[in-house]
Write a protein that binds this ligand. Structure first.
Ligand SMILES: [Fe+2]
Length: 454
């Protein structure tokens, strides 16, 4: 038996390749599918089946892409009218070599969510592992707000029943393979582990210690932001998207070309915030490399061509994959030689001020400062730097009227990365005096400075 976890950084997405005796299945493939082809080739296997645990909302699934390349059948839950693939129902059984895969309907995150159990018939009739999608994670369970606030109570009840009636009875030793790991927008407190079991989750997962009533109340009280691109991913994953066959070839763009096309493209600088602060192309958005999966969907549109800028042009291809997973087929090219080539060719540059938490501590009584916290609202409510105002990064641009133009804007977040994105947005929108607090609240607390909360 071959079993491999394919992780996609940033999205904290996990897909799985499982195979036996020359046949294989892939669970929840991402859109850049070359990795599954590489695994299949390495183990001399044919991918025959593709499963989607649910209609994913945070990325565009690669099922059609992979299916086209390997001629595999796609199966997903029967509770939604997909325009491709085949509906899988409770109890449906699929054979992959000695492996027997069986479908469990486990609604709650979405109505059509399924889990898939695996038995190795050569070894035992017992369930060995289960792919739980967004129903059950390590230390967490899935979101129940996908259909809107009015549906959360019903979905939470449904999720509780799916977990307690379908997944937990599978047996203490059954390995749980969820669709996301720590850091995903699909679960608040997912633990950072690769492997967990039903027994371990029963003992340690705080959500599984609750009664049904407590569980539903907890889910109803839970708060999440829904990035605007989710709607597009949901449609994509229900209707299917264009087949890429391979990653698009990005154009290498000279500094002169970029200057000429600047007004008609979206330029994203993917360097870290301190590099961006030290010098950048005026009018560019800064989203640090690893922040692209979580934040591109808040700020980039799907029509205007996207041009990427990094330090020297060498880190672009990872970003391209991140964007393709979010269906940004309008990615156009990258600045040849990166920002280094820009300033060497005398392109205009701007800077953003930075400060340490010690400097902030000394200056925070200055009445001309507007201290802006761009973390999530509930993080700010729980603990913040005294005197700060909160606007979550994702909704900052829509709420700029709350940020005074006549003050010095000092931005902080967890450690300075999201504050870097916010600083670039403020600069683009005409704020002249913007400072990013490097280290942000993490460094503030490390220095022993006081925080306050409700
Ligand atoms: Fe999901």
């Amino acid at each position: 038996m071959i079993f491999e976890i394919v992780k996609s950084k940033g999205l904290s997405h996990k897909s799985y390749f499982i195979g036996s005796k020359g046949a294989a299945a892939v669970i929840d493939p991402r859109r850049d599918v070359d990795i599954y082809l590489d695994i299949a080739r390495a183990h001399d296997m044919n991918v025959e089946l593709i499963f989607e645990t649910h209609r994913n909302e945070d990325y565009t699934v690669g099922s059609l892409e992979l299916s086209k390349l390997v001629d595999a059948e796609i199966h997903h839950g029967a509770g939604l009218d997909f325009e491709y693939g085949n509906p899988a129902h409770e109890g449906d059984i699929f054979e992959i070599g000695s492996l027997q895969l069986e479908v469990l309907e486990t609604p709650g995150h979405t109505n059509e969510s399924i889990s898939i159990t695996v038995k190795d018939k050569d070894a035992s009739d017992d369930v060995y592992m289960v792919f739980t999608g967004d129903a059950l994670f390590a230390g967490e369970v899935g979101r129940c707000d996908i259909y809107g606030p009015g549906e959360v109570e019903a979905m939470a009840g449904s999720l509780y029943d799916s977990i307690h009636e379908k997944i937990l009875p599978l047996g203490e030793g059954v390995i749980i393979c969820p669709a996301h790991g720590s850091g995903s927008v699909c679960g608040a407190e997912i633990r950072d582990v690769d492997i967990t079991t039903v027994g371990y989750e029963k003992k340690t997962n705080p959500l599984l210690q609750k009664t049904r009533k407590e569980f539903v109340e907890h889910k109803v009280a839970e708060r999440f932001y829904i990035p605007p691109y989710f709607k597009r991913m949901e449609l994509n994953n229900q209707q299917g998207v264009d087949i890429l066959c391979r990653l698009p070839q990005l154009r290498s763009i000279s500094t002169v070309e970029l200057q000429e096309m600047f007004e008609s493209v979206q330029v994203v600088d993917v360097r870290d915030p301190e590099s961006f602060a030290g010098g950048h192309i005026p009018g560019t958005l800064n989203i640090w490399n690893e922040g692209i999966p979580a934040f591109a969907g808040w700020f980039l549109n799907y029509k205007t061509p996207i041009v990427l800028v990094d330090q020297d042009g060498s880190r672009i291809h990872g970003v391209e994959r991140y964007l393709i997973r979010l269906d940004y087929d309008n990615i156009y090219g990258y600045l040849s030689g990166g920002f280094s080539s820009w300033f060497k060719s005398a392109g205009p540059t701007e800077t953003i001020k930075t400060c340490s938490v010690h400097e902030l501590r000394e200056e925070m009584e200055d009445p001309s400062i507007f201290l802006l916290d761009v973390r999530k609202e509930w993080e700010w409510e729980e603990e913040r730097i005294r005197g700060s105002h909160n606007i979550y990064l994702g909704i900052l641009e829509k709420n700029l009227k709350e940020v005074p133009k006549d003050k010095k804007i000092v931005v902080y977040c967890d450690s300075g990365y999201k504050a870097g994105v916010a600083a670039s947005i403020l600069k683009i929108n005409g704020y002249l005096d913007v400072t990013n607090v490097l280290g942000s609240i993490m460094a503030w607390k490390m220095a022993g400075y006081p925080t306050s909360g409700d």
